[in-house]
Structures are given as structure tokens and as C-alpha cells.
Design a protein around this ligand. Structure first.
Ligand code: HEC
Length: 156
């Protein structure tokens, strides 16, 4: 029993240290552990939100609309907004925010969106969760700030 407690305690210590390490390394990328830099680009960019940040707000709103439509069992979900096609070309607040996986994750995200709007009513929740997973995959690597906000979209 005592041994178990010691193992548990050292596991906890490792966990605490590795999490601490993670937040300092993301801080070097210009994002802190709360992701403020990513949520408030206007502080760093006097010209206002970047094209990508503005697009992200549209994407977030559209995700909210789709969730509402699914809950209300709307006969047809609203179409994928035209602006989503600029995901790969939209200018970013800081080039370091993107890594080499960005374009692949962007393609995945668009294909999840297309699958969602075409899915049968009984498949909508699963397709929607895949879409939210698409937001998550990219944000886990590139802009951790909004993760908490994105997490709230998932259907249980
Ligand atoms: C392919 C990668 C990728 C995908 C997919 C993605 N994001 Fe983003 N997101 C980013 C990057 C990079 C930024 C930082 C943009 C900037 O500051 O120029 C960002 C910024 C944001 C922001 C902050 C915007 C602001 O006002 O500064 C929010 C909120 C956000 N994303 C939500 C979402 C949601 C919700 C989804 C899914 C519907 C999503 N993102 C999908 C990469 C992605």
C-alpha cells in the first residue's frame, strides 16, 4: 500500500513537471498557457484581427449554427460558407502560429464540414463531433488558447 502511494506521488510529480514544461515551451511560440496571444491578436497586430483570425470567428459561429440546427432537427443543415475555402491562404497574425501540418489539417477540416452537411439526420451528431475533432487536432498543435471553447461544442 505504501509503495502504491509512493508510485502515485512520483507519477503526480512527473505529471506536474511535464505540464509545467509544456506551458513554458508554448510561451516561446508567442502563446501562453491561457492562449491569450491567440485569442486577442489585436494586441499584437494594430491593424486588427488577421484574415485567419476573422475566418476562425466565422467558423466558430457556423459551428454554433450547425449544432443548433442538429438539436432542432432542421431538415437541411446550412451549407458550408464560401469563406471556408480561404482557410489555407488566409494571412495569419504571426507566421510561427502555423506549422507544416497546417494545410493537411485544413483539408481534413473542410472535408469534415462537407461530410457533415451531406450526412443523414441520424449521422449528424457523429459527423459534427468529427468536425469539432478537426478544430481540436489543429489547435492542439498550433494555437492552444481556444481549446476550452472548442471542447464545449462536442455532443456527449
Ligand atoms: C488547420 C488549423 C485550424 C483549424 C482546423 C481550426 N483552427 Fe482555429 N485557429 C488556427 C490558428 C493558426 C489560429 C490563429 C490565427 C491568427 O491569430 O492569425 C486560430 C484561431 C482561432 C480562434 C481565435 C480567433 C481570434 O479571434 O483571435 C478561435 C476562437 C478558433 N481558432 C476557433 C476554431 C474553431 C471553433 C475551429 C473549428 C470549427 C477551428 N478554430 C479550426 C488554426 C485552426
Amino acid at each position: 500500500m505504501k509503495k502504491n502511494i509512493i508510485t502515485l506521488a512520483s507519477l503526480l510529480l512527473i505529471l506536474v513537471f511535464s505540464c509545467g514544461e509544456k506551458s513554458t515551451s508554448t510561451a516561446k511560440d508567442g502563446t501562453d498557457s491561457t492562449g491569450k496571444a491567440c485569442l486577442a491578436p489585436s494586441d499584437r497586430n494594430p491593424n486588427g484581427a488577421s484574415e485567419l483570425a476573422s475566418l476562425m470567428r466565422v467558423m466558430e459561429e457556423q459551428t454554433e449554427i450547425w449544432k443548433k440546427e442538429i438539436l432542432e432537427n432542421t431538415p437541411a443543415l446550412s451549407p458550408v460558407p464560401e469563406s471556408f475555402s480561404t482557410l489555407k491562404t488566409a494571412s495569419v497574425t504571426d507566421a510561427d502560429m502555423k506549422n507544416e501540418n497546417f494545410d493537411g489539417f485544413a483539408d481534413d477540416f473542410i472535408s469534415y464540414a462537407n461530410t457533415l452537411v451531406a450526412s443523414k439526420p441520424e449521422d449528424r451528431k457523429t459527423a459534427f463531433n468529427s468536425l469539432v475533432g478537426g478544430c481540436m487536432t489543429c489547435h492542439t498543435q498550433m494555437c492552444p488558447g481556444p481549446i476550452k471553447r472548442i471542447n464545449k461544442f462536442y455532443f456527449e
